[in-house]
Design a protein around this ligand. Structure first.
Ligand SMILES: *Cc1c(COP(=O)(O)O)cnc(C)c1O
Length: 347
């Protein structure tokens, strides 16, 4: 059966061109700094983001952890949104492995943090307090519906942190989706932060990897932390080769995923009993709720969809998240909408 898999853009398989580039990649030992393909990917990534240097990391989670441990020592405090990926979905790594104390403030529906909340979270100098060292932002904001945050809003959130001497890290797992959504160069969305991670393995379709970017000094320190975490890889140019194709060929086409998300949202919203979540769709994500009058749980609905070849992500008792990506095609959109209609009619 040909699946239409909407559970996440992490499910994307490498493109044929990526597989070819992987097979033919020039390789060396990257712990010695001698893998030419990794070096090229890191340079390309840094250049695109307008940062001095980049570091290839096995995952986005390790990228954020590496960044936090590079910016902070044990007992330091990090300010972040309560819907942030680093707070919710990274297994508490910053605390477990780094002794770093998370200080959460509420994410607003548009993915931002309130300026006053940031200001109030920053600690004064007092030996009773953990020192505030870092602010983490996220763009696009996953849990807030895939919303993309403007440069202007980013600048406003960064300012109070900067003024108080904090560093700023951006979890930019899907920062290219934000840039394409806003029609701006990605460098404009990350210029104001000290460090940024982005994922090659989501909408950009590479099988594995993220890149952490920042100043040369920061990346030099981050290289030691990555080694501590066991993330020093050897001939990982086979992976970086796919990452290079991702950066060269897969960025601009993210606009197609955004179009598909809009088409999908439009079609689904016309079905009786389906409501789009407030603000949805954003970038490549559609969040919906099935009305309680239909008396059908997300599990039952998902099982019926599966029989029709559609996999949707369950995010609550009646809630779904659907993520559009390279392997979701134009002709799949009406198939998904029809599958939902049929799944709900059976109830
Ligand atoms: C996926 C994701 C990550 C982590 O990436 P992994 O490669 O899955 O570890 C970090 N932040 C956000 C916002 C993500 O969506």
């Amino acid at each position: 059966m040909k699946w239409i898999d909407l559970r996440s853009d992490t499910l994307t398989l490498p493109t044929p061109k990526m597989r070819k580039a992987m097979a033919e990649a020039d390789l060396g030992d990257d712990v010695y700094g001698e893998d030419p393909t990794i070096n090229r990917l890191q340079e390309m990534a840094a250049e695109k983001l307008g940062k001095e240097a980049g570091l290839f990391i096995p995952s986005g989670t390790m990228g954020n952890l590496t960044a936090v441990l590079t910016h902070c020592g044990r007992g330091d405090e990090v300010i972040m949104g309560d819907h942030g990926h680093t707070f919710l979905y990274e297994a508490g790594g910053i605390s477990a492995l780094g002794g770093v104390h998370p200080h959460t403030i509420p994410n607003q529906p548009d993915g931002t943090l309130l300026i006053d909340d940031i200001k109030n979270a920053i600690r004064g100098v007092d030996f009773h307090f953990p020192p505030s060292k870092l602010l983490i932002l996220e763009n696009t904001h996953n849990k807030c519906g895939g919303v993309s945050i403007s440069r202007d809003k980013m600048m406003k959130m960064v300012r109070p942190a900067r003024d108080a001497g904090l560093k700023v890290h951006l979890d930019g797992a899907r920062i290219f989706n934000a840039a394409v959504d806003q029609g701006v160069p990605v460098s404009e969305l990350v210029e104001m932060v000290d460090s940024v991670t982005f994922c090659l393995s989501k909408g950009l379709c590479a099988p594995v990897g993220s890149v952490l970017c920042g100043s040369e000094v920061f990346i030099e320190n981050a290289r030691r932390i990555r080694k501590q975490l066991g993330g020093g890889m050897r001939q990982a140019g086979v992976l970086a080769a796919a990452g290079i194709v991702a950066l060269e060929e897969m960025v601009d086409r993210l606009a197609e995923d955004h179009t598909h998300a809009r088409q999908l949202a439009e079609g689904l919203s016309e079905i009786d009993g389906i409501r789009l979540d407030k603000g949805s769709p954003n970038t490549n994500m559609v969040y919906i709720e099935v009305d309680s009058s239909l008396d059908i749980s997300a599990e039952v609905c998902a099982a019926r969809l599966m029989k029709l070849g559609v996999k949707a992500g369950i995010t609550g008792p009646r809630h779904f998240r659907m993520v559009c990506h390279y392997w979701v095609l134009d002709e799949d959109i009406p198939v998904i909408i029809a599958a939902f209609k049929s799944a709900l009619v059976q109830s």
